[in-house]
Ligand binder design. Structure first.
Ligand SMILES: NC(=O)c1ccc[n+]([C@@H]2O[C@H](COP(=O)([O-])OP(=O)(O)OC[C@H]3O[C@@H](n4cnc5c(N)ncnc54)[C@H](O)[C@@H]3O)[C@@H](O)[C@H]2O)c1
Length: 435
C-alpha cells in the first residue's frame, strides 16, 4: 500500500519506518528541512533503540522516502497519516495548529479518494474538524474518509511497541476505511494482536483515557510513597504487595520524582480542558496533576536535609531525559530540579547517556552547569549525587569508587535505583522515595 506519514518526530518516524518494514511504500513528510536533509543522509534526529537499522534497511530496499513536499505526499499515497505534534497550548488545551495546517494542505492537494488517519493525540471531536477543513480547502469535491488511529508507543521501546502492541485502535465511520486500515495492520494482527474497531470519538477518547489512567497510577503511588516516608513503610514492598492483586497488576506502580515527557503532562491537561468544555468535571485529574507538580519539587527539601545550604555546593545529577532510553526532555523532572539548584547558587555536574545535546539547548541560561562524559566523572568532588532518571547503566556501578569520588557520600535517589539498606551499609547517606 502507498502511505504518507506527515510529521517525522518520535511517532511519525517510527510509524513510517515500521509501516515500510511491513512492506508498504512510505513517504515521510516534514516541514523541518534540516530534519529531512539529515534523514536523507541516513542521520536519525532522535535517539530510539533499533530505529537506525530498520530505517537503513527500508531506505535501501526503496520502501521509505523523506521529503518536505507535502503535495507529493498527498497525491502519491492512498493513506495519509497525520503524526504532527499536539503540544500544550497557552490555555492548557492541546494546541492543534499543526494538525489544522496539515488538514488544509491535504484538502488543497487532494487529487483522488484518500484515507486520512489521525495518529496524533487529539481531543475528542477533532476528526470532525479535520474533515470540515479538508472539505473547505478542496478545489473540487473529492470523496475521502477520516480515521482515528491513536498511537500508544513508548519512547525507548517504540519499535517493539509499534510492531507488537497490546492493541491497535481504529475509529472509523466507513467500511471502506475499515478495510484499508485492517489491511495495513495485517502484518501485526497476524500474530494475534487485537485490532479494535470503534466509532471515531471513542477512539479519540481511548488515547486520553489511557494516558490519564497511567498518570493517575503514578501520582497515586507517589502519595502512597509520601505516606510511607512519614510512617516508616517501604513503597517498593507496598507496590509489590498491591501489584500481585490481579485486579491491579504490577505495572506503573513505581514511586519517583513525578512523571514528565511529551505525553502525560499535556494529555492530562487537555483531558481536564475537554471535561470543562463539556461540563464534565475531572476532580481526579486535577489532583493527579497537582500531586505530580509537588512531587517534582519534593526532591529539593530532600537534598537540603543532607546539605542545608546549596550555595556554591557541587551537585552531581545523573539522568536528564524524562525517562531512560530516550533523549527526549520534554517536561522532564530534571528541568525543575536543575533550575531550582541553579537558583540556589549550586554548581551542577550532569551526566546522561543520550540527552546531553537536548539538555544543552534547554539549559543554555544555566552558567554553572557542566556535562560529564561518564557517570563517575560527574561525581568528582560533588557534595551530593541526585538520580533523576533510572538509566540501567546506573544500577551496577562500583559503589566504593562512587564513594571515593564524591566529596561527601550523599545520595538522593529520585528513582529508587538502589536498595536503602545496602547503600547505608556501604556508608552512604542515602535518601530514596517512600522508603
Ligand atoms: N512521543 C511519544 O512518545 C508519543 C506517543 C504516543 C503518541 N504521541 C502523539 O503523537 C503526536 C506526535 O508526537 P511526537 O512526539 O512524534 O512529536 P514531535 O514533536 O517529535 O514531532 C512532530 C513533527 O511534526 C512536524 N510538523 C509540524 N507541522 C508540520 C506540518 N505542517 N507538516 C509536516 N510536518 C510537520 C515537526 O516538524 C516535527 O518533526 C503527538 O500528538 C503526541 O501526543 C506521542
Amino acid at each position: 500500500m502507498k502511505i504518507t506519514v506527515v510529521g517525522t518526530g518520535y511517532v511519525g518516524l517510527v510509524a513510517g519506518t515500521c509501516l515500510a518494514d511491513l512492506g508498504n511504500e512510505v513517504i515521510c513528510v516534514d516541514v523541518d528541512k534540516d530534519k529531512i536533509s539529515k534523514l536523507n543522509k541516513g542521520i536519525i534526529p532522535i535517539f530510539e533503540p533499533g530505529l537506525k537499522d530498520l530505517l537503513d534497511r527500508n531506505v535501501r530496499e526503496k520502501r521509505l522516502f523523506f521529503t518536505t513536499d507535502i503535495k507529493k505526499g498527498v497525491q502519491e499515497s492512498l493513506v495519509i497519516f497525520i503524526a504532527v505534534g499536539t503540544p500544550e497550548g497557552k490555555d492548557n488545551k492541546a494546541d492543534l495548529k499543526y494538525v489544522w495546517q496539515v488538514a488544509a494542505d491535504i484538502g488543497k492537494y487532494m487529487n483522488e479518494y484518500k484515507v486520512i488517519v489521525d495518529k496524533s493525540t487529539v481531543p475528542v471531536g477533532t476528526a470532525d474538524k479535520v474533515k470540515k477543513l479538508i472539505r473547505e480547502n478542496q478545489k473540487k469535491a473529492i470523496d475521502f474518509d477520516i480515521v482515528s488511529n491513536p498511537e500508544f508507543l513508548r519512547e525507548g521501546e517504540a519499535i517493539g511497541d509499534f510492531t507488537f502492541p497490546d492493541r491497535i485502535v481504529i475509529g472509523v465511520e466507513s467500511k471502506r476505511a475499515e478495510e484499508v486500515m485492517t489491511q495495513i495492520y495485517k502484518g501485526i494482527t497476524r500474530s494475534g494482536k487485537p485490532l479494535i474497531v470503534t466509532d471515531i470519538k471513542s477512539s479519540e477518547l481511548i488515547k486520553y483515557a489511557s494516558n490519564a489512567m497511567l498518570a493517575t497510577r503514578i501520582s497515586f503511588m507517589n502519595e502512597i510513597a509520601n505516606l510511607c516516608e512519614k510512617v516508616g513503610a517501604d513503597v517498593k514492598k507496598v507496590a509489590y504487595g498491591i501489584g500481585l492483586d490481579s485486579r491491579i497488576g504490577p505495572r506503573f506502580l513505581q514511586a519517583g520524582i513525578g512523571y514528565g515527557g511529551s505525553c502525560f503532562p499535556k494529555d492530562v491537561q487537555a483531558l481536564i480542558k475537554t471535561g470543562e468544555e463539556n461540563n464534565s468535571g475531572f476532580k481526579i485529574l486535577d489532583a493527579v496533576e497537582e500531586v505530580n507538580e509537588q512531587q517534582k519539587l519534593s526532591i529539593i527539601p530532600k537534598i537540603k536535609k543532607l546539605l542545608p545550604e546549596l550555595k556554591n555546593k557541587t551537585i552531581a545529577v545523573w539522568g536528564l531525559a524524562f525517562k531512560p532510553k530516550t533523549d527526549d526532555m520534554r517536561e522532564a523532572p530534571s528541568i525543575i530540579l536543575i533550575n531550582e539548584l541553579n537558583k540556589a547558587g549550586a554548581k551542577i555536574q550532569a551526566f546522561d547517556p543520550e540527552a546531553e545535546n537536548t539538555a544543552k539547548k534547554i539549559f543554555s541560561h544555566v552558567k554553572n552547569l557542566s556535562y560529564a562524559n561518564t557517570p563517575y566523572d560527574a561525581l568528582k568532588n560533588a557534595d551530593v549525587l541526585v538520580i533523576a532518571t533510572e538509566w540501567n547503566v546506573f544500577r551496577d556501578l562500583d559503589k566504593e569508587k562512587m564513594k571515593n569520588l564524591l566529596k561527601h557520600p550523599n545520595i538522593i535517589d529520585g528513582r529508587n535505583v538502589y536498595e536503602p539498606e545496602e547503600m547505608r551499609k556501604l556508608g552512604f547517606n542515602y535518601i530514596g522515595v517512600g522508603r
